[in-house]
Unconditional design. Sequence first.
Length: 265
Amino acid sequence: MSMRCIFPILALSLAAGCGAPADRLSDEDAAVEQGPAVLEPANAAEEEIPPLADLPDADVAGSVLYKAVGNEPGWSLTVRAARMDYLGDYGEVKIAEPTPPDFRAAHGTYRSGKLQVTISAGPCSDGMSDLTYRQTVRVTADGRTVNGCGGGTIAPNTLAGTSWSVVSVNGKPVPGGGSYYVQFSDKALSAKFGCNAMGGPYRLNGDHLSVGNLQQTLMGCPEPSATFEREASALFRSNIRAEKIGGARLRLVSESGTIELRRAI
């Protein structure tokens, strides 16, 4: 009976030993080198994963934990509780490996056999549609690296050509009337909070809104307009997250405060 030597993958190790008799594997399975999965950063503990021959079928491998896609060539990665399935070159390449025990749908690098998956912060565009994803994903499959997106989609840029009435600033309702508004053209934002006009170029990247070179008129304003204007100006000069609430509400949030808006046009 043949014996299989199992070499633990440890940096700078020169020792080697022989283990128990080999499992009965098919010729195809016997040709696959299967190492332990490691969650980076490097100080994370190594954990052993089951042999490839013990992989459950996809339909019984547990719920889907994560999905990623890419183009040119088209590829996809589906991570279930017990196995990862990679389809590359428009389905011509198929690789299945055990899911690393510490896999999370979060930033990091995860290795298992012939697959290495690196998840980073987005936003990310797949380059073939209007969809924007929350994370960028890099997969190295049997030595070949492809790039794509994952982590679910976020709302596309639909602010251009819209007009919004201001409902409140930092939780304080504004007076009624048409002098409290925020409008978006293709490239510029214009707004008024009861007195002075303000505006500047804007950029929406996923749900992150940035306003550059904000300018405003300098009339002296009575209260409460002066306070609303000062607080709104501080928000527009900070890093903003645009949160859509249905199709008729928009919330602008940053470390400087919150502006609640209601769709006017």
